[in-house]
Design a protein around this ligand. Structure first.
Ligand SMILES: C[S@@+](CC[C@H](N)C(=O)[O-])C[C@H]1O[C@@H](n2cnc3c(N)ncnc32)[C@H](O)[C@@H]1O
Length: 211
């Protein structure tokens, strides 16, 4: 437990110094200057290990190949995050879901060295409703933050669809929460807070912990 608390305290400082944007239509320069997912993914993995997590579910798989070692960060290449590779590197059981076959193909190819990852071509909400096992870490990074779309609503619906499958102690990670008043987490973050999650950090990504 002490280990978990120490990691949690470290995570609270992850977004220090990161710029936030009240709007969503970022310029290319602003996109490049944003916080990057890498440090959040690594921190969430540390927490997942401390919780002795077994299963990770990701909605929205990587759609950009990673042509460099995982330890490196290249702002242009790593703005999306290459999340599927990070999750698979844990050795845990990983389910990654995407509605776009092109992204599925890229993610499958990217994790071919890992035997613990399944990349599935399907709708995230449908998948979560039918999912039968317990989830220790849920990563929500699907519906893009585009004006006039239901991205915040859909990320909330995804959480609600997953809720009864989440283990008692679990982690929710959401991407793109540094734009437009919470971005993909705009509607979900207040719900998580009300349901007893500790929002450890909310910058480029949000990491929320339930103990
Ligand atoms: C921002 S990208 C994910 C980036 C990735 N997580 C990473 O870190 O590299 C968002 C992905 O969500 C997918 N997506 C959009 N709507 C979806 C849905 N209804 N179900 C599943 N995936 C969806 C898109 O096709 C896209 O590939």
């Amino acid at each position: 437990m002490q280990d978990i608390q120490n990691i949690a305290e470290k995570i609270r400082t992850l977004s220090d110094g990161e710029k936030r944007f009240s709007y969503t239509d970022l310029t290319l320069e602003e996109q490049l200057a944003r916080g990057k997912p890498k440090k959040y993914l690594e921190a969430a993995i540390e927490l997942f290990r401390a919780l002795d997590g077994k299963t990770i579910v990701e909605i929205g798989c990587m759609r950009q190949p990673m042509n460099h070692p995982m330890s490196e960060l290249h702002p242009k290449c790593c703005n999306d995050g290459h999340s599927t590779v990070f999750w698979c590197s844990t050795g845990a059981e990983v389910y990654s879901v995407d509605i776009d076959f092109k992204a599925v193909r890229i993610a499958k190819k990217s994790i071919r060295e890992y035997r613990n990852g399944k990349v599935l071509w399907t709708d995230g909400l449908k998948f979560l409703k039918k999912f039968k096992s317990r989830i220790d870490l849920l990563f929500l990074d699907a519906w893009d933050v585009l004006p006039g779309t239901q991205y915040a609503e859909n990320h909330l619906l995804a959480y609600l669809a997953a809720k009864d499958k989440l283990r008692d102690r679990n982690i929710i990670v959401i991407d793109d929460t540094d734009v437009g008043g919470g971005g993909k987490g705009r509607l979900l973050l207040p719900v998580l807070q009300a349901e007893g999650y500790d929002i450890l950090v909310s910058g480029r990504q949000t990491i929320a912990l339930k103990l």
